[in-house]
Design a protein around this ligand. Sequence first.
Ligand code: HEC
Length: 259
Amino acid sequence: MSNINLSRRQVIIGAGALSVGAVAGQIINPFSRAEAKGGKTEKWPWPYVKLDPAKTAEIAYHEWYRIYCGGAVISSVFSQLREKLGEPYKSFPIDGFMFLEGGVAGWGTICGAVIGANIVTNCMIGPRYSGATDGLLMGSEILDWYTETAMPVYVPKKPKVSPEKIPHTTSDSPLCHISVGKWMKAANKPFKSPERRDRCARVTASVAYHLVELLNQWKQGEYDTDGEIPSAEFGISTQYNCEDCHGSDVPSPPEEAAK
Ligand code: HEC
């Protein structure tokens, strides 16, 4: 465990557990509930049947080579639910999310696989105003898990690149740029290499696998979230690896400093 995780726990103990409701109070919803409830798809939760995590991961792995990380995670879950349940999955424009590639159009922001997982949890379980916060918190839990896990976890049944060519790296960050960058440094492989591409396909499969594990727990009524909302803990929207960017001199947000 890094110092950051230690300090995160300390912050939680110090500040007490802030509820999701407290975050909700800080964000102004520009639409009234009546306006947002018009669509057929805006009835939550969407139907779900338990899926096989390994089968889902295989679909995600192969879909990466077609529509990349974010689209592939969404497709791995929603394409199966299209077949098993039909709507609203048939109407969902899976391939429209291809733009999540490279952390949104190659900008290296959040890893598309993690955004894809958040799209699935929030569309299926619902936004936090729908009465359940599990969609939001499951998405946050996946962000946290992603940052702490030596990736990629999942080894495909028929890998396109031999597994020993794919080192495992821990990103400490949900950012595509940092996650890919740390891996490229460890592997000494360029961005367009088959190894880097296969690494990202496997990361995508790993996220899809874990996502379905959590969704299956949720379906069984056994999901007990580890999700947290960092902005509620730190007084600024943030990821946890403060020192990676700020060094040892991590600033406090104005409100905290004014106390
Ligand atoms: C990915 C890099 C990155 C990470 C991770 C990060 N920050 Fe920042 N943060 C920045 C940058 C860049 C700014 C812009 C202001 C600057 O240059 O100092 C900033 C600004 C801030 C500010 C407001 C400006 C100031 O100086 O007061 C605060 C407060 C802050 N960060 C706290 C944190 C805390 C606490 C964490 C961890 C929980 C964190 N940051 C994680 C990059 C990062």
